[in-house]
Design a protein around this ligand. Structure first.
Ligand code: NAP
Length: 479
C-alpha cells in the first residue's frame, strides 16, 4: 500500500518539454499507485498566457502514450493550475505565492513545497532569490529540484551553487541525475551489500578493470544548439558516469541511509586522480560522428543548429584512476557516445584470475545491464546470474522483483517527497567531478581535433579500443 504524499509542486517551465515528457507522466504514475492522491497540487508556470483548462489539456495529452484511462487522467488533471509568470518579474511571485497558499489550504498539503526548475539554468539563481525575497518558503518542507547542467565548469558551478544557497540549504537542494533513478543503478548498492562474496571481491586484489558504457544510438536530433555548448564530456561523463563510478567504487557504508552512503561516495570523489594537462591525450580519446556507411544518416557537422566546423565531441572514452588503497592500479574505463550501434548502459566488472579463491572462474566478468533491457539483468560471463554461480552472486528470489521497476523520474520524485537524498548529487561530489573534467575540457579546447573521426553506427574511433589494448585489456562489449 503506497504511503500518500502531500505537497504543492511549483514547476518553473511548466509549458516546456521536460515537464511534459518526464514530469507529468511520472506524477501521473505516482497518482495511479496512490503515492499521490488527494493532497497534492501542481502549479505550472511559464510566460505564455495559458488558462487552467488549456494547461490541463496539455497535461492530459502528455499522458496519452502511457494510459488510456480518460477518467483517471481527467481526475488527475484537476490538481493542475496554471500561472502566467516571467521569472524575472518580482510582481509575478506575489501572485504565485497567493495561489500556492490557496492550494495548500484547498488540498491540505501540509504547506510542503517542491520547487522544480524545468527551465534554462541561467534562471535558477533568479528564481531561488525571488522565492526568498517574496517569502514563498513555508513552514512545511521546501525542496528545490534542479536538472543538469549544474554549471559548465568548476567556476560556473560554484557561482550557480552560491546563488542557490542564499535561499536553500544544501539539504533542501535536490540535484537530479536521472541515471541515479534507474532501477539497476538504484539496486546496485543493495546487490553489492547482499552478496558478501561480491563485496569481498570489489577491490584491487580481484578486479582487473571496471568498464562503464553509456552508449546512444541516436544523434543529437533537435538538440544541436544545446549540444554545441556541452559535448559528451559535460553531458554524460561529468555527471552520470562519475556517479556510477561512485556507486561501484564506494566502500561499504555504515548504514543504508543517505548520510552514510554519501560519506563513502565522497571518499571516491576525493580520490579521483586528476590528470595533468599533458596526460589528457594519453588517457582520454574524443570523437565526432560522421555519416553512416549508407550516407543516410547525417554527420554531426551537418545537423541543425550545429557549426559546420564544430569541434564538439559526440564520443569520449577514458581511463579514470582512483588513488586509494581499495582501488589503486585498477583502471575504470569509461565511454559514452552518440550514434553508436545500439543504446546500452552497462557496467562490466572484469575480475583477474585470483577470483578463483572466491569460487568464480578466472577472468570472469560480472555485467550489470542498466538499460534498455526491460527488467534489467545481471550476467556472469554472459550467462544470466540465475544459471551462473549463485554462490557468488545472488539476487532476490522473488520472480516478480523486476515487475516493480519504476521509471527513473518516478523513483526520484518519490525520493524528493520522502526527503531521501541517497540518489541525488551532493555539492562536494559535483565539485570534484568538475575539477576532474575541467582539465580535459581545457586541454581539448586548446587543440584542434581531426574530426569527424568515426562513422555513425560504429563503436567510436579506433583509438578508444587502443586505449585499453595498451594496458593488455579490451572492451567487454564490442559490437
Ligand atoms: P523548454 O522546452 O525550452 O522549456 C523551457 C520552459 O521555460 C518553457 O516552459 C518556457 O515557457 C519557460 N520559460 C522560458 N523563459 C522564461 C521566463 N523568462 N520566465 C518564465 N518561464 C520561462 O526546455 P526543456 O527541454 O523543458 O528544458 C528545461 C530545463 O531542463 C533545462 O535546464 C534543460 O537543460 C533541463 N533538461 C531538460 C531535459 C529534457 O529532456 N528536455 C533533460 C535534462 C535536463 P515560455 O516560453 O512560455 O516562458
Amino acid at each position: 500500500m503506497a504511503n500518500e504524499k502531500r505537497a504543492v509542486f511549483i514547476i518553473f517551465g511548466g509549458s516546456g518539454d521536460l515537464a511534459h515528457r518526464k514530469l507529468y507522466p511520472a506524477l501521473y504514475n505516482l497518482y495511479k499507485t496512490g503515492d499521490l492522491k488527494e493532497h497534492f497540487a501542481v502549479i505550472g508556470t511559464a510566460r505564455r498566457p495559458w488558462s487552467d483548462d488549456y494547461y490541463r489539456s496539455t497535461v492530459v495529452e502528455s499522458l496519452k502514450d502511457i494510459d488510456d484511462d480518460e477518467k483517471m487522467m481527467e481526475e488527475f488533471a484537476k490538481h493542475f493550475f496554471y500561472q502566467s509568470h516571467d521569472v524575472t518579474d518580482s510582481d509575478h511571485y506575489i501572485a504565485l505565492k497567493q495561489l500556492a497558499a490557496k492550494l495548500d489550504d484547498q488540498f491540505d498539503t501540509g504547506s510542503n513545497r517542491v520547487y522544480y526548475m524545468a527551465i534554462a539554468p541561467r534562471f535558477f539563481g533568479t528564481v531561488a532569490e525571488h522565492i526568498n525575497s517574496e517569502g514563498l518558503k513555508t513552514n512545511g518542507f521546501n525542496r528545490l529540484v534542479i536538472e543538469k547542467p549544474f554549471g559548465r565548469s568548476f567556476d560556473s558551478a560554484c557561482e550557480l551553487n552560491s546563488s542557490l544557497t542564499k535561499t536553500f540549504s544544501e539539504e533542501e537542494i535536490y540535484r537530479m541525475d536521472h541515471y541515479l533513478g534507474k532501477f539497476m543503478v538504484q539496486q546496485f548498492t543493495n546487490i553489492r551489500l547482499n552478496n558478501p562474496q561480491l563485496e569481498k571481491a570489489l577491490n584491487n586484489q580481484y578486479v582487473s578493470n571496471v568498464q562503464v558504457t553509456l552508449s546512444e544510438s541516436l544523434g543529437v536530433e533537435d538538440r544541436g544548439g544545446y549540444y554545441e555548448t556541452a559535448g559528451v564530456l559535460r553531458d554524460m561523463i561529468q555527471n552520470h558516469i562519475m556517479q556510477i563510478i561512485g556507486a561501484v567504487a564506494m566502500d561499504k557504508p555504515a548504514k543504508l541511509d543517505s548520510d552514510s552512503i554519501h560519506e563513502v561516495k565522497r571518499d571516491v570523489f576525493d580520490s579521483l586522480k586528476v590528470l595533468q594537462p599533458d596526460e589528457v591525450d594519453r588517457d582520454f580519446v574524443r570523437g565526432q560522428y560522421d555519416e553512416d556507411a549508407t550516407g543516410k544518416l547525417k554527420a554531426y557537422r551537418d545537423e541543425d543548429n550545429v557549426d559546420p566546423k564544430s569541434n564538439i565531441e559526440t564520443f569520449a572514452a577514458g581511463k579514470i584512476m582512483l588513488e586509494n588503497s581499495r582501488w589503486d592500479n585498477v583502471p575504470f574505463y569509461v565511454r559514452s557516445g552518440k550514434r553508436m550501434p545500439v543504446k546500452s548502459s552497462r557496467i562490466d566488472i572484469v575480475f583477474n584470475d585470483k577470483i578463483k579463491e572466491l569460487g568464480l572462474n578466472p577472468n570472469t566478468t560480472v555485467i550489470f545491464l542498466i538499460e534498455p533491457e526491460n527488467g534489467s539483468s545481471i550476467l556472469v560471463n554472459g550467462i544470466d546470474y540465475k544459471e551462473a554461480n549463485q554462490d557468488f552472486i545472488s539476487f532476490p528470489e522473488d520472480p516478480h522483483f523486476f515487475d516493480n521497476e519504476r521509471e527513473a523520474y518516478e523513483n526520484l520524485m518519490i525520493d524528493i517527497l520522502d526527503g531521501n537524498k541517497i540518489h541525488f548529487t551532493l555539492w562536494n561530489e559535483l565539485q570534484n567531478a568538475w575539477k576532474y573534467v575541467d582539465v580535459i575540457r581545457n586541454q581539448w579546447d586548446n587543440e584542434t581535433p581531426d574530426f569527424p573521426n568515426y562513422m555513425s553506427k560504429t563503436m567510436g574511433p579506433d583509438a578508444a579500443a587502443e586505449l585499453l589494448e595498451r594496458d593488455g585489456n579490451s572492451w567487454v562489449w564490442d559490437d
